[in-house]
Design a protein around this ligand. Structure first.
Ligand code: GMT
Length: 375
């Protein structure tokens, strides 16, 4: 059975946009018709896959409006696409504002389109604490036909915070194993001027405060006191200037590389020996999975969905938030022990393939669509 599916997400760089776009591409490959309804072309949607359509939401600037009404323009565009293309499903990523726009669109059309809402984290763990928005988020969740979240912990938080009783299903993040696999990196290491024996520590994020990149730098400081190592900082974001200053202050400028946003993430990960994700909020941590699939053990914090991805002592380590001594002890133990490194690397690849394979997760979404349409 194939469906006509509308997908709405934030199209810029970010885990939720990546997951939504990769899901759309995978569904299209399986023969479904996928309509992206977004404010701009999702950044990973660039290779002209068949069965994929893009409907841009345009917000006109009228002087009577103090703020351009994006949510209404989105609802209007959704309604237009539902009617014209005969959509079966609207799959929105983020409750706010997307599930509200979807609800409005459904009310506007004479068609029983089903709304599937996926919660990614920030919509609950940040916006959910804002009393001016929490009723609206609850409304969007309750009016959806199906709600999914990217980890069990996010479901727990959503239910606790918003006092929601309805069922929410966990559907984990996934990655495309045709892109994320261990690459040959001898040449790349040379190009970056990193010698064969130097250990490579990596961190990827959007450098928001919740990612606690300072802890990454502090951990790295301890690692490089014990061995020859470099730190790759991949990504851009508001905390970058603070991190640059910290690196200077600590005299680490020669061993920390600021790489900005990168397209060759799989190659950069493959040349890394360990990856650190030390966030204080993280509903899943897609970058953990990307690293694991490339054979890189990850050290993460005991926060949100991270312990659902990393198996402590098997394919990485789970540490207490902000405990730099604990984190660096584990990192040093791993980096000094090649057989442990190899064992954990293999276990990481196996876990990424077995539990978070694209095929498995996309099938889970297809079953959700089927069940919603039977309701
Ligand atoms: O991590 C971010 O800041 C980006 C954020 C987003 O909204 O795109 O990522 C969230 O969704 C990803 C995909 O489901 C998850 O893997 C990330 O863990 C989650 N981020 C947070 O919960 C902070």
């Amino acid at each position: 059975m194939t469906f006509k599916i509308g997908i709405t997400c934030y199209p810029t760089v970010g885990g939720s946009g990546v997951v939504a776009t990769e899901l759309g591409k995978a569904l299209a490959e399986k023969g479904h018709e996928v309509h992206f309804i977004t404010s701009s072309l999702p950044f990973r949607l660039n290779d002209g896959t068949a069965n994929i359509y893009f409907h841009e939401v345009e917000v006109n600037q009228y002087s009577v409006f103090r703020y351009p009404p994006y949510d209404l323009a989105l609802a209007s565009k959704m309604a237009e696409v539902i009617k014209r293309e005969g959509l079966d499903i609207l799959h929105v990523h983020y409750a706010i504002p997307h599930s509200i726009s979807a609800y409005l669109a459904k009310e506007m059309v004479d068609r029983d389109v089903k709304i599937v809402t996926t919660l990614h984290g920030t919509d609950i763990t940040v916006l959910g604490y804002d009393p001016s928005l929490s009723d609206m988020i609850r409304f969007g969740i309750e009016k959806s036909d199906v709600v999914t979240a990217v980890s069990n912990d996010l479901i727990r938080q959503t239910k606790e915070l918003l006092k929601i009783e309805r069922p929410i299903e966990t559907v984990y993040n996934f990655i495309d194993h045709r892109i994320y696999y261990p690459r040959e990196t001898e040449l790349l290491k040379k190009q970056y001027g990193i010698s064969e024996d130097t250990k490579v520590v990596a961190h990827i994020s959007n450098f928001r405060k919740v990612k606690r990149v300072e802890d990454v730098v502090k951990t790295f400081e301890k690692i490089q006191e014990r061995m020859d190592a470099v730190l790759l900082l991949i990504g851009e974001g508001p905390e970058l200037p603070v991190i640059c200053n910290l690196v200077k202050e600590k005299g680490l400028t020669d061993s920390v590389r600021f790489l900005g946003n990168q397209k060759r993430v799989a190659e950069l990960l493959s040349m890394s020996d360990v990856k650190l994700l030390l966030s204080e909020k993280e509903s899943f941590g897609l970058v953990i999975l990307e690293a694991m699939a490339c054979g890189v053990p990850v050290i993460g914090t005991n926060i949100g969905g991270i312990p659902e991805v990393i198996q402590h002592g098997k394919n990485g380590y789970i540490c207490s938030l902000g405990d730099i001594d604990e984190i660096s002890d584990y990192a040093i133990k791993l980096l000094q022990n090649p057989s442990l490194q190899k064992e954990m690397s293999e276990s990481a690849i196996n876990r990424a393939i077995k539990t978070f394979h694209q095929e498995r997760i996309v099938s889970q979404y297809e079953t959700i669509y089927e069940t919603a349409l039977e309701k």
